[in-house]
Design a protein around this ligand. Structure first.
Ligand SMILES: Cc1cc2nc3c(=O)[nH]c(=O)nc-3n(C[C@H](O)[C@H](O)[C@H](O)COP(=O)(O)OP(=O)(O)OC[C@H]3O[C@@H](n4cnc5c(N)ncnc54)[C@H](O)[C@@H]3O)c2cc1C
Ligand SMILES: NC(=O)c1ccc[n+]([C@@H]2O[C@H](COP(=O)([O-])OP(=O)(O)OC[C@H]3O[C@@H](n4cnc5c(N)ncnc54)[C@H](O)[C@@H]3O)[C@@H](O)[C@H]2O)c1
Length: 470
């Protein structure tokens, strides 16, 4: 067994791991990342980037179809799946290439070890069969997450059941596809496949779409998505089996409704789980709950109890988004280098954006955390919003939340045209501590989608007991 001693060992060279290693090094530690591969990060290989590339192709097809309402007749677009997927993979590979170059540079400097790591003790790792790495200061666990399939599908082992790890390898789009799950992955990929010509049925166990909790925004999101796919919510997968013509599945709803059918392709978008199981965290002294999650994890410092062990990115399971993986990595890396002197990391206002049309987003405080006796809600419906109508993108609702007493802007949920931009404006205003009144004093051009945001803010201000400006 070869032995290596470092200050900080980071398990995983994804986004969180690379950032953790860099932050630990910046804090003066000899920090090494260990990765079993494939390298290139989930975001670039099978996550954010290929999904947005597929959505971009889908938007192009949709724009051609929609052109007729402007009097521009292009006919039904001819979608050539091999060309669509060729561009998705070419561009994806370009993004991945930059990360592989970074990994190669680290490996050449002895700062990236190839191999699968597991714990032998709180700061001792076995890497593969022939290397033991001891971390003098701490270990950062940044192993990411993996798709989680319901047991009924997991047992089936059919090539006709795929998940987001496989979808970008398709070379043909099936005529019909069943998407199970209406989280970010299900709705983004479901709508994209529908726009690229598949007849999509989307089914999910709960009543949420893209994680939206505000009932008005949820209703708007559902009705916008239902224009392009058949949507079944509150319906649970009960049975599945392989048949000659595809995979047969049966769902049963909370209301007793049963639907079943056979699909040539099923996309399982049923959530992702942290890849912690194979790490043998118990050997590091980590106490796990019945779901295999560390009991004493501190989401502010990212430390597990008093152990010299930090968890960052999707592996921590609390904010499974790219910008949060970057922040987590920096917090965990810095704390690992300074352990046992740890401090809470600075966090940004929560922001999530789902790239459907309309885009679905949540910023700051969520609807279900509001005390409606002290908070007010302002709303705009984009059906009649000027710029949205001009572009024929007039679908969706935006709701902003504020404190009646202080006039502070607290949060928002939205399904809206240009939602990615509106969500950023709101996040920046909230993080800057602006009141509704102060935001309304900022410029709003005409005619822009942001005027819809102003309508919602005016509605919010009218219900507040402070700040009645111009
Ligand atoms: C389809 C899809 C679309 C997405 N779209 C978006 C989006 O638009 N915006 C957004 O913000 N987020 C998006 N996300 C989420 C985002 O991709 C993740 O939050 C982020 O990539 C997580 O980074 P990470 O560093 O935690 O994990 P990863 O990048 O997965 O890194 C984990 C690394 O650990 C390694 N590893 C695992 N186990 C071991 C072990 N035992 N030993 C050694 N190495 C190991 C792996 O090889 C991997 O390299 C999307 C995700 C998916 C799946
Ligand atoms: N734009 C983005 O930021 C973006 C895009 C894609 C993915 N992501 C990240 O990836 C993570 C995982 O996404 P996801 O959509 O897979 O997970 P999710 O947990 O958000 O959604 C899972 C869905 O699967 C359904 N489901 C689970 N088990 C089921 C069953 N047995 N029968 C029927 N339905 C079932 C749930 O009802 C839910 O709709 C997200 O939390 C997000 O952080 C982000």
């Amino acid at each position: 067994m070869r032995e290596q001693t470092v200050d900080v060992a980071v398990i995983g060279a994804g986004t969180a791991g690379l950032n953790a290693r860099r932050a630990a090094e910046k804090a003066g530690a000899h920090a090494v990342a260990i990765d079993a591969g494939p390298l290139g990060t989930t975001c670039a290989r099978v996550g954010c980037m290929p999904s947005k590339l597929l959505i971009a192709a889908a938007e192009a097809a949709h724009a051609v179809r929609e052109a007729r309402q402007f009097g521009v007749h292009a006919g039904e677009p001819r979608v050539v799946a091999s060309e669509v997927m060729g561009r998705v993979r070419r561009e994806r590979d370009r993004f991945v290439g930059f990360l592989l170059d970074e990994a190669q540079g680290l490996a050449e400097r002895g700062l990236l070890i190839h191999g699968r790591a597991r714990f032998e003790g709180p700061n001792v790792l076995a890497v593969g069969d022939d290397l033991r790495v001891t971390a003098r200061r701490a270990v950062v666990v940044a192993v990411g997450s993996a798709p989680r399939h319901p047991p009924i599908l997991a047992r089936l082992e059919s090539p006709r059941v795929i998940d987001s790890d496989k979808v970008f390898e398709l070379d043909a789009f099936p005529e019909r596809v069943l998407v199970i799950g209406a989280g970010a992955i299900g709705v983004e990929l479901g709508q994209a496949l529908a726009r690229l010509g598949a007849r999509v049925t989307l089914a999910c166990a709960d009543n949420k779409v893209a994680g939206i909790r505000d009932p008005s925004v949820l209703a708007a999101a559902k009705s916008a998505l239902a224009r392009e796919m058949t949507l079944h919510t509150r319906t649970k997968l009960e049975a599945a089996e392989n048949r000659p013509d595809g995979v047969w599945v049966r769902f049963s709803g909370d209301d007793g409704e049963v639907f079943e059918g056979t699909w040539p392709l099923i996309l399982a978008a049923t959530g992702r789980a942290p890849r912690l199981a194979a790490l043998e965290l118990e050997r590091a002294g980590v106490k796990l709950d019945d779901k295999g999650k560390p009991r004493d994890f501190d989401s502010a410092t990212l430390q597990c109890g008093e152990l010299p062990l930090f968890i960052a990115g999707d592996a921590a399971g609390h904010r499974p988004l790219l910008h949060e993986a970057i922040d987590d990595g920096q917090i965990a890396g810095r704390n690992a280098a300074a352990a046992p002197e740890v401090r809470p990391g600075e966090r940004r206002v929560p922001l999530s954006i789902v790239f459907t049309d309309p885009q679905i987003a949540a910023v700051g405080r969520r609807f279900d955390s509001l005390d409606l006796s002290t908070c007010a809600i302002g709303q705009v419906d984009f059906a009649d919003q000027g710029r949205a109508r001009v572009m024929a993108k007039n679908h969706g609702v935006l709701r902003v939340y504020g404190s009646r007493a202080t006039g502070a802007l607290l949060g928002a949920e939205l399904a809206a045209p240009a939602g990615e931009h509106l969500a950023h404006l709101l996040a920046w205003a909230i993080q800057s501590g602006l009141t509704v009144e102060q935001v309304l004093r900022l410029p709003f051009y005409h005619p822009v989608v942001e005027e819809g945001l102003r309508t919602a803010l005016l509605d919010l201000r009218s219900q507040m007991s402070v700040g009645t400006g111009p």
